[in-house]
Design a protein around this ligand. Sequence first.
Ligand code: HEM
Length: 221
Amino acid sequence: MRMNPDNRRLGLIKLTLFIACLLPFGRLLWAAYTNDFGANPVEFVQRWTGTWTFNFLLITLCITPLRSMTQMHWLLRLRRMLGLFCFFYATVHFLSFIGFDHEFVIDEIAKDIVKRPFVTVGFAAFLLLIPLAATSSNWAIRKLGGRKWQELHRNIYLISILACLHYFWLVKATALIWPIIYTSAVLTLLAWRIRERKRKAIPVPQFPAATPLKFFRRKPE
Ligand code: HEM
């Protein structure tokens, strides 16, 4: 593939990615259609959507380092879609929680959010995702201004840390392997960003401006 695909190719890549991003949701619909949710359907849906929310969070966070390492700048144009899919799966995850666990009873939902720390943390991550999804359009970027938009979207780092805590808190001590793997991935991606920021902050050595040669040119004898 060429380093920078033209608009038609990029459109094709985007379409393929869009379909691929829908596959986990399709799997859920298929399980509903064939009644293949296993012994505990609620657990299946919550785990599936939770896992895919986290997967999309990680994939979205991978775009910047990948682009920097490969110089494939067009990757940046896929980031918005990936981020929105993260929000989409988080919303389905949240809906499955309020629907299956609490039958949409607001009182019950609020009590659970306050009572169970892993739900509190997951809920905080979800709340923080909302403004990011809401300001993902070009219009919102223009309205906010690049700097403010970037500052707001840095919340993705906090969200990813909350997602790790949520995961650690909810699994039993015997099943820590997956939270450890996901957290290692998050920490690696955050460490890469910190290193990049430090690297960019190192001032470029300033050399004195070259003195115009004409002042040194010897007059013809
Ligand atoms: C960025 C947001 C979120 C992420 C990344 C996330 C991620 C996850 C993950 C990875 C799992 C476990 C999957 C597994 O065991 O294989 C999970 C389970 C769960 N999450 Fe979330 N979650 C998020 C938000 C929320 C929110 C907003 C709620 C509810 C308010 C919530 C409630 C739950 C529940 C009830 C479970 C199932 C726990 C169980 O199996 O007993 N999550 N989530």
